[in-house]
Design a protein around this ligand. Sequence first.
Ligand code: SF4
Ligand code: SF4
Length: 390
Amino acid sequence: MLNAGSNLPDSSPYIPPTPKTGLPLWLLAELTYRCPLQCPYCSNPLDFAAQGQELTTEQWFKVMREAREMGAAQIGFSGGEPLVRQDLAELIAEARRLGYYTNLITSGIGLTEQKIVDFKKAGLDHIQISFQASDEQVNNMLAGSKKAFAQKLEMARAVKAHGYPMVLNFVTHRHNIDKIDRIIELCIALEADFVELATCQFYGWAHLNRVGLLPTREQLVNAERVTNEYRAKLAAEDHPCKLIFVTPDYYEERPKACMNGWGSVFLTVTPDGTALPCHGARQMPIQFPNVREHSMQHIWYDSFGFNRFRGYDWMPEPCRSCDEKEKDFGGCRCQAFMLTGDASNADPVCGKSHHHGMIIQAREEAEYADQTIEQLAFRNERNSRLIIKS
Ligand code: SF4
Ligand code: SF4
């Protein structure tokens, strides 16, 4: 391909450079939608109960091998709950053999000390355990399991005892964010290396439950202040624990650079082999390719789904002529689709979007919302089937 740097004779027409497709550096392997917990903010699709058969071990090996040959460097094993896959240690070992940096993203339910040892032998680099709250009762209510909190505590301790770097992840929302000081204290006591305090992002079940989950601006400001106080205290003590605070984009005036751009770095493979540029993209009316039928090379470089929102030519106004489009790529395609019905619209989080009023309305609703935890729609097979029927 010719580009501006080519050694062309003076009379040759100038051909502008086309943005190059990046490498799929990050592979997210969603091994299963099965999960013993029922978090009402789960990002899995609402119709997960109707998804097809899971990929086999051999099919995952092929996915990992092909993606690695294309430059993938990190792999995350997630779900659902990846621990329900009996072949998890085998998958980790193969990923390690191929040269990936390997991450396990788990609720900790189903983890045992023996598995921690086996995964270490298989070459697992990193474990992330998610908690629902710092308070046992609230944690268990949100998880839909009476034993979840105690199991998570025990496994977090075991993970550290076996020398892994550990990330603890708390999804925060209006029912737990006021206890952020206790959450941080718990993480320090558990010797977490990183703590992700991630305010709920509104996809999947979280979108369905948005009114009952979105914190108020006051709650958010307070939580960020407390986090910053802890950051300063930890830094003064030269403490190794790092706090990462993720604000919900609903309180921003510009959208996030979602996935660092569509089909730019991230490649998700869902349990049935559907390949997605973002784990929330499944809901879009786009026929995404499946790893059972296509090579990863074809999926990443040539498939319609992965090329649909690459570059800038697909953008309508106001993004098309916006001087910030190279910063945020127009925001999140899934959010644009969920809120406006058209995935090529500007993300409504943006103050320049014609649909930004929807975000302002959601913020206003958060001021008056009175839904209890019990009134949220929990992510389980029964509710998924009811949603599919309706
Ligand atoms: S968010 Fe909760 S319900 Fe969803 S996969 Fe994770 S642990 Fe399971
Ligand atoms: S108009 Fe589009 S490109 Fe410009 S800041 Fe908003 S979302 Fe980003």
